[in-house]
Structures are given as C-alpha cells and as structure tokens.
Ligand binder design. Structure first.
Ligand SMILES: *[C@@H]1O[C@H](CO)[C@@H](O)[C@H](O)[C@H]1NC(C)=O
Ligand SMILES: *[C@@H]1O[C@H](CO)[C@@H](O)[C@H](O)[C@H]1NC(C)=O
Ligand SMILES: *[C@@H]1O[C@H](CO)[C@@H](O)[C@H](O)[C@H]1NC(C)=O
Ligand SMILES: *[C@@H]1O[C@H](CO)[C@@H](O)[C@H](O)[C@H]1NC(C)=O
Ligand SMILES: *[C@@H]1O[C@H](CO)[C@@H](O)[C@H](O)[C@H]1NC(C)=O
Length: 405
C-alpha cells in the first residue's frame, strides 16, 4: 500500500519574466501499486449523475469520469505555433519530450466524449465571463482552454496584477472574458513569518472564505474551482477562530487532523459560500477534482522523475489512498448541494478527472520544460500543453453544451 509518509509540497512564484506559479510536489505515494479494484463504485449511488439536472441533450447514463485512454492518431488540437499564449514551462515538445503521449484520447465507458469545438464553445459563452479559481494547476487548465480556443481567436491579455495572481484575457469577437483567480486554499490564510521570512506554514481558517478571489464573483457566469496541492504541508487549522489542529505536524498538544479533513472543510466553505452568494446570480460552478502527481524513483527534490511513455491501464493503478480520499471528499461536497438543490438555486457540476489523470503518468513535463530557474528539478505535477489536460476542457464543453438551452 501507499506510504503514509508526510508529503510536502512547494509552489514557488516564478519571478521576473515568467508569469505564473510553478509548483512541484513531493509525492512518495506511488500510484503504481497494484491493488485490487476496491472501488468507488461500491460507495457511490449509481443513480447519481455527473450533473445536477435532467437534460436530454447528453446521454444521461454516461459517466464521463470512468473509461480508458485509447489510441488516437488525430493529432493535437494546437501547437506552439497556433497557440500564442502557450507557456514555455508547458511547451514540452519544444524541450524535447517525445510526442507519443499525444496519441491517446479519453474514451468514457459506454459513450463518447465529444471533441472540443472552439467555435461552438465560444458561441455558448458569448458575452459571458468565466473564471478559474485555484492554484497553478487551475492555471494549467485555463492555459489549455486559451490554446484550444486559439484556433478561432487569440485573446487579448487585458489585465494582470504584479504577481500575476489575477489575470484577465478577452476574446474580442465573442465578448468572452476568462479570468484567473489565484487562491491557494480557497479559505482565509495567513503565512507564518519566522524571523521576518516566510515559513511556508500557514494558518488556515477553514470556515472563513478567502474574499480576495470571491470579490470578483459578481461579474462571473461560469466558475471552475479546484485546489488541494498547497494543503500538502504543515498548516495550522482554525474553526470558529480557534486553533483546532494541524496537518503534517507532530505537536504534543495539537491533533493532526489530516489533509483530507482540511481539504473537505475548505471546499465545504467555498461551496456553501457560492450557494448562498446573493451577488452571484446565475452562476454555474464546476468543481474540478484533484489530480495526482507522478514522481517516481524519488521525490521532487531527490531526483524523482516521470519518464513513462504510455498511459497506465486501469488495472495497474491504485484508486485508493490520499489522492482518492481528496477526490471523494470533493465529490461528496458537490453532491450534497445537488441533492439539496432548491428551486432557482445555483448549479454545481463536477469535472471529475481524477481517475483519467491518475492513468497519465506520461503527460507531465518531467525534465522537458524550461527549468533554468529551478535547474534540474522535474515537473511531474503540471501537465504538458497540448496534452490530456485538454480533456478537462472537452468535459467542460460537453457539460456546458448540456446546460445551454
Ligand atoms: C428526465 O426528463 C424526462 C422528460 O421530461 C423524464 O421522462 C425522465 O423521467 C427524467 N429523468 C429523471 C432522471 O428525472
Ligand atoms: C515550437 O516547438 C517546436 C518543437 O515542437 C520548437 O522547435 C520550436 O522552437 C517552438 N517554437 C517556439 C516559438 O517556441
Ligand atoms: C531566529 O533568529 C534568531 C537570531 O538570529 C535565532 O537564534 C533563531 O534560531 C531564529 N529562529 C528560527 C526559528 O529560525
Ligand atoms: C503547544 O505547545 C507549543 C510548544 O510547547 C506552544 O508554543 C503552543 O502555543 C501550544 N499550543 C496550544 C494550542 O496549546
Ligand atoms: C526508475 O528507475 C529504474 C531503474 O533505474 C528505471 O528503469 C525506470 O525507468 C525508472 N522509472 C521512472 C519512471 O523514471
């Protein structure tokens, strides 16, 4: 079974010209432990669907989250020549990655995931605003979307703050706005300072929303929220203003409540806020579930790498352990809202990509990125562009189509 050893996680701001946040994880948990397929199927009500409401447009029996990667020779939807916003750090082909990882397509069991159609996507979101709230993996999905849409139009880079935490792109001919709302934890955070320098340890108020990202919400029609990687570190947890425990800690007088507890509470707080938010009329929220890192033969800072060149088969991957508990906690929080949904309430949907991405150890940059700044480290956490992360937006597209009259 997977090691229960503390996983620590680092996300460093990339300074100067590079304009994004980089994260690299230390994941001793090896997803390649073959375990019996003890499974979510047993825990989940099969009647519950990915989406919250009844529609005839997409086959409702289809669960996009389960399936396999099948060979596909269609080629990538974009390249670094057609996508002018493609970030250097995700341009894996430029840095020598073999193209094999591109020749696969996600095939859900019993149905097809429609291919992304940029023009139809833009028609659906014409005049609307979409935001991605979360960490650098959320940003990774946003960048994928910009590239997928670049087939039709390159967006204007209209606004960004000094640290590139909040940034806005605009597709002029469709009056469509895409925003990045940076948040490490969704909830209120304060980094502990030790001798005047940042410690990487945070005080988290699990029951208080972080208003830095929510203050942008009144303008937003579609929100994709995610997060979790920053929770893999020592943090102090508060509820009701009181210190109630910590994570990745060993302190005599304090309980280690576990990362799952912290993540679930943070998402509960965020979703509750969204469901009650009076200024967020008509908001449709997608929760993108946790995706694992795939460091092997070491950790992020001890030479760990991700050199596999093929997707994993379902049977070779363990769908248990911390990654799955986090995903299940996120799903549980969304399903609670779907069940309770009173008339006129806001919609919540899942982009449940955990299973699909657990099977893609071959799709991270690894050593194939411009890691001058972090010389020698491999990125087995983020995802190459183009690549299977584009599937997250195909899923978003399928659900948006379904939701749009
Ligand atoms: C969905 O709507 C159709 C047509 O209105 C109805 O026949 C069907 O029972 C509904 N399905 C569910 C699961 O509510
Ligand atoms: C685009 O990628 C190719 C490799 O696929 C590389 O040779 C080229 O330098 C890249 N172009 C830019 C502008 O980064
Ligand atoms: C803070 O600085 C003081 C004086 O330089 C030093 O003695 C102490 O160990 C430092 N504390 C930590 C936690 O680094
Ligand atoms: C726990 O113990 C440490 C060191 O003994 C102390 O600094 C801290 O304030 C204590 N925390 C609580 C909640 O009592
Ligand atoms: C791990 O190390 C072994 C032995 O050096 C090597 O054969 C294998 O390819 C490595 N795996 C990865 C994913 O790098």
């Amino acid at each position: 079974m997977s090691s229960r050893k503390t996983r620590s996680f680092f996300l460093w701001p990339l300074v100067a010209s590079a304009c994004f946040l980089l994260s690299v994880a230390f994941f001793p948990n090896n997803p390649y432990k073959v375990t019996p397929q003890k499974d979510l199927d047993q825990r989940e009500d099969p009647k519950q669907k990915l989406t919250s409401h009844n529609s005839t447009k997409v086959k409702m029996g289809c669960d996009f989250s389960k399936g396999k990667w099948v060979p596909d020779s269609g080629g990538p939807a974009y390249t670094n020549a057609t996508c002018r916003t493609l970030m250097e750090s995700k341009d894996c082909l430029k840095y020598g990655k073999d193209t094999d990882y591109l020749n696969w397509r996600w095939k859900p069991n019993g149905c097809e995931l429609p291919r992304f159609e940029a023009r139809m996507f833009l028609d659906i979101v014409r005049g609307k605003r979409m935001a991605f709230a979360g960490d650098s993996v959320a940003r990774n999905q946003l960048e994928s979307l910009l590239c997928l849409l670049s087939e039709v139009e390159t967006p204007l880079d209209v606004d960004k703050d000094a640290e590139d935490k909040f940034r806005t792109w605009y597709f002029k001919s469709y009056d469509f706005t895409v925003m990045k709302l940076w948040t490490r934890f969704l909830v209120e955070e304060t980094e502990r300072m030790i001798n005047g320098s940042a410690s990487g340890v945070f005080d988290l108020h699990l029951d208080r929303i972080n208003t830095k990202w929510t203050e942008k919400l009144p303008l937003i029609n579609y929100l994709v929220i995610s997060d979790s990687h920053w929770f893999f570190r020592k943090n102090y947890l508060y509820e009701g203003g009181k210190l109630i425990g910590c994570t990745f800690c060993s302190e005599a007088n304090l309980t280690d409540l576990g990362i799952n507890y912290a993540v679930q509470r943070a998402f509960r707080t965020a979703l509750k806020y969204l469901s009650k938010c009076e200024k967020c009329e008509g908001l449709l929220t997608f929760l993108r579930t946790f995706t694992p890192a795939h460091f092997e033969n070491g950790t992020w800072n001890s030479g760990g790498d991700c050199k596999r060149i093929r997707p994993a088969n379902e049977g070779d991957v363990s769908f248990s352990g911390t990654d799955w508990e986090l995903r299940n906690a996120q799903v549980e929080e969304v399903k609670k809202l779907q069940v309770e949904k009173p008339k006129g309430a806001k919609h919540f949907m899942l982009l449940d990509v955990t299973r699909a991405m657990t099977m893609r150890p071959d799709a991270h940059p690894g050593s194939h990125w411009n890691n001058k700044w972090m010389g020698g480290y491999n990125d087995c956490l983020h995802w190459c562009l183009p690549g299977p992360i584009d599937m997250w937006n195909e899923l978003l597209f399928a659900l948006l189509k379904e939701d749009t009259p």
